[in-house]
Structure formats: C-alpha cells, structure tokens
Design a protein around this ligand. Structure first.
Ligand code: NAD
Length: 479
C-alpha cells in the first residue's frame, strides 16, 4: 500500500494527527493508496514555512525563479510514464488521454509561466509637464491554490506555476479524490531543490484542509477551481476577509450546431466534446442544439459513432474509462433517471457498464444520449459532469440563443457554422467566458480563461494569472 505524505517546508511529512484516508482506483473499486487526512494544524505549519520563505523567494531575481520552475517541468518530463500511469490509476481516465493531454499540459503550464515571467512588463502613465506614474507589481505573499479531481495535475499546475513565477509562496491542496500526481510533484520539487517553504502541498478533505486555508488570516489570495457550491462557501468565508479570489466553477455548456457547418469536422469533434474524460471536463458541451433541417441526420450519425466508442479498463486502448468515484457514479445515474422522469428518451447508453474481469467492480457508465427534453428542465439546467448529453432541435438563431443562455452557468460554448457574420453575431451574444467557433478545447495558454455568471469570478491564463497573483502599486513621481 502506498502512503502519500504532505510536502511542508521542503520535506515529505506525515499528517499532524496521524490520520489517513483511503484512495480508490475507480476502475476496480479497490483501495490502492492512503492519503493524509490533514487538518488546520498541518495548514498552520505550511503557512509558517511559507512565511519564512516569502521574502527570499519574492526578491529572487526572476530568471532564477524561472529556472526553478523550468526544472520542475523537466523533472515531470523525466518521469513521464510514472506520472501518466498515476493519473490514469487515480482518476480512471484512459492512459492514452493522460499521456496525450494531462501530463504534457502540466509540463507546459510550468514551462509557459517560467517563460511568461521573463516577458512581463508593467505600464507607465505620463502626465504632460507634471510627472509620470509607473505600476509596480509585487507578489501578494502567501497564497492558496485549491483544485478539483477531473484534470488533477493539469489544473493544479495551472495555478501553482503562475503563483510561484510571480514570487508568491504557495499552499496547494489537490482533490482528496485524485491526490497521487500532486504527491509525485512534491517528490520532483524535492529532487530539483526548490527552496523549502516556497511550495507546500497538503492533502485532505475540503471541509477540513480547504476550509482552514479559506479562513487563515495570513493567506491573502485563493485561486480555486471546483464546484459552484464550494466556490460560494469559500467566497462567503474569504470575501469578508478581503482576500483576493479567483473562482473557476461549474458549467452546463451549449454546443450550437447550424445546418451550414462542416458536418464531418463538427460530428467528429462533438463526439469528443461530449465524452472525452468520461464527460468530466468543465468545458464539455452537454447541451447539444441542432438546427432542425439536419437534426435527423445528426442524430443518426452521432448515435452510430457514440455506440462505437470503446469502454473499459483505462489501461487498455479504450475511448472511455471509469467515472472518478462511486459517489459521482451514483450522482450521474440519478440524473439519467431524472431525465427519464422528465420525459427524455434514451437513444444511446443510459445505464452502467460492467466490464469483464479485473474491472467488474469499477464505476463505468455508457456514453448516454437523451432527446425529447424541454430546454429548461432540470436535466438541461443542472451540471451532471459525466458522459451524458441531450439533443434539442431549434429553428432560429434567436431561439437557440435563448436556450443557450437559459442556465445559471456561463463557462464555454461551441458554435458550428460556416457563416462568418453569424459566428461573430453569436459570439457577441452568447453568455460564456470561452467561445469556440468550429472547434473545441483548442487552447492557447496566453488567452483569458474563465466563466461568467455562476461559472466563476476572474480569469486565469497568460497575463490574467500574472496580474491576479500580484498586487499593483501606482508610483507617482512629480517633476
Ligand atoms: P469540489 O468543489 O467538490 O472540490 C474542489 C476542491 O475544493 C477539492 O480540492 C475539494 O477538496 C475542495 N473543497 C471542498 N469543499 C471545500 C470547502 N468547504 N472549502 C474549501 N475547499 C473545499 O469540486 P470537484 O467535485 O472536485 O470538481 C468538479 C467541479 O469542478 C465541477 O463543478 C466542474 O465544473 C468544476 N470545474 C471547473 C473548472 C473551471 O475551469 N471552471 C475546471 C474543472 C472543474
């Protein structure tokens, strides 16, 4: 049995209370490791270590900070196979997906911000004949990064890298459901000799460790990715303490398909945007709106391709792996039942899948396609975050905009059309922080990333992240 440890003050240490939680391989339903059940005492130790490291790290020349961050990227690359296997085991995602997306992207995140910090500049504002202002950007101090289970190291590093690059000391908490690759990251940080206290990684439950981070007086900013309800809880604690907050929350993303689209490109991408990572990507399009004139053609071809997806042991060559946990598996199945109660017709999947052999106790759900639901029923309003999509026909641009904007969320939208004017018109009106036209998940790390409405507050990515993790001071000099 693997016992994971916290990473505090440059050392791998046991949790203060000596308690551990079980960590489950969702493809087999068995415990494969134990993780620290940390509490406020562990957070306190990490904050003390971070405070002790703060001044030296903030004042280290940016090229030296960048070199440490680049060394982390190289350290992950050097252990690529181990990281890939750990991510797949912990999360249930196909090994091929972890190899193609998760771990290379974590490497890119560190590399991107190691470079970005070397290109950062600040503004000056000139007052004719009077003087000049310049903007000084300084690190905030000790900051917290809290991340979810769906893209474990990918999202964890997306926060940690800019926080470190800008000179902050970090207390990071991975999801208790997928802690393994963040533990491997702490080994890499030790190997490359990252100065002690600069990054601290604490494992454990949200209501214990996450709550202690939200409440700690010395933590000045929180970058959080996770569910909307958790974001609300964190904001209710941290906002009255005037902490800086970046909240990346849930979604219920529309995928809008016009009859004039490039059909082959659209359908291929739509299968991916519906079911990649078992539909557990915050950017997956779960509400598919199709212009009525191609609805039947779309439905037939889509269902055919969905039925052809292979599902099973994530270590083999499959398209769809296991759902991340039993609780989440039960939640998804309950939404499939709700869809039936609401009058939905299941036209593909709609039930659990039980593989032969080794994985028969795992948490698998067949990719599910449902039609016949009202645009505003619960199935179409609430985030399911699994391999479940609904199909709804529409007749006009106005109608589909109303459907698309009907939820409380506003994270991502895909629009499929070859009509340039319509694409721009829709992009302006659709309520989403991220809009993809004729593509999905085409990511440029320099662009602003985040959601509107209940999908979040603030933006990550590129300069946005460097700005979030710094305090801007205006320095005004009169002649
Ligand atoms: P979650 O909110 O349950 O947990 C996220 C993290 O918050 C975990 O580390 C958890 O331990 C911690 N946490 C839980 N309760 C806490 C509390 N009271 N105080 C502080 N921290 C607490 O989310 P999840 O189930 O891990 O992830 C799925 C959700 O994440 C979905 O809603 C999905 O849409 C969202 N998500 C959003 C984005 C985005 O970029 N907007 C990206 C990925 C996932």
């Amino acid at each position: 049995m693997i016992y994971l440890k916290n990473y505090i003050n440059g050392e791998l240490v046991e949790p203060y209370a000596g308690q551990y939680l079980e960590n489950i391989d969702p493809s087999r339903g068995t415990v494969f490791s134990m993780i620290p059940d940390s509490d406020a005492n562990d957070v306190q130790k990490a904050v003390e270590a971070a405070e002790a490291a703060e001044e030296a790290w903030a004042n280290l020349h940016y090229e030296k900070r960048a070199a440490y961050i680049e060394a982390i990227a190289k350290g992950i690359e050097a252990r690529m196979d181990e990281f890939v296997a750990a991510e797949s085991l912990d999360n249930g995602k196909p090994l091929s997906l972890a190899r193609r997306v998760d771990i290379p992207r974590a490497v890119s995140n560190f590399r991107f911000f190691a470079t970005a910090i070397q290109q950062q500049s600040t503004e000056t504002h000139f007052m004719e004949g009077l003087g000049v202002n310049y903007t000084l950007r300084r690190p905030i101090g000790v900051v917290a990064c809290i991340s979810p289970w769906n893209l474990p190291l990918y999202l964890f590093s997306w926060k940690i890298a800019p926080a470190l690059a800008t000179g902050n000391c970090v207390i990071a908490k991975p999801s208790e459901i997928t802690p393994y690759t963040s533990y491997l990251l702490s080994e890499v940080c030790k190997e490359i000799g990252l100065p002690k206290g600069v990054l601290n990684i604490i494992h454990g439950l949200g209501p214990k460790v996450g709550d202690a981070l939200s409440r700690h007086q010395k933590i000045k900013a929180i970058s959080f990715t996770g569910g909307t309800a958790t974001g609300r809880t964190i904001a209710s604690i941290a906002a009255p303490m005037f902490k800086k907050l970046s909240l990346e929350l849930g979604g219920k993303n529309p995928n809008i398909i016009f009859a004039d689209c490039n059909f082959e490109k659209m359908i291929k991408t739509t299968v991916r945007s519906s079911f990649e990572n078992q539909g557990q990507i915050c950017l997956c399009g779960s509400r598919i709106f199709v212009e009525r004139s191609i609805y039947d053609k779309f439905k037939t071809e889509f269902v055919e391709r969905v039925n052809a997806l292979s599902i099973g042991d994530p270590r083999t060559d499959v398209n769809v792996g296991a759902i991340v946990s039993q609780a989440h598996y039960n939640k998804i199945l309950s939404y499939i039942n709700l869809a039936k109660e609401e009058g939905g017709r299941i036209i593909s999947g709609g039930e659990a899948y039980i593989p032969e052999g080794d994985c028969k106790e795992g948490y698998f759900i067949k990719p599910t396609v449902i039609e016949g639901l009202a645009y505003n029923c619960r199935t179409n309003m609430e985030e399911i975050f699994g391999p479940v999509v609904t199909l709804t026909p529409f007749d006009t641009e106005k109608e589909v905009l109303m459907y698309a904007n009907a939820t409380e969320y506003g994270l991502a939208t895909s629009i499929w059309t070859e009509n340039l004017s319509r694409a721009h018109r829709m992009a302006e009106k659709v309520e989403s922080g991220i809009i993809w036209i004729n593509c999905w998940l085409l990511r440029d790390l320099r662009t602003p990333f985040g959601g509107m409405k209940n999908s979040g507050v603030g933006r990550e990515g590129g300069w946005e992240a460097l700005r979030f993790f710094t305090e801007a001071k205006n320095v005004c000099i009169a002649y």
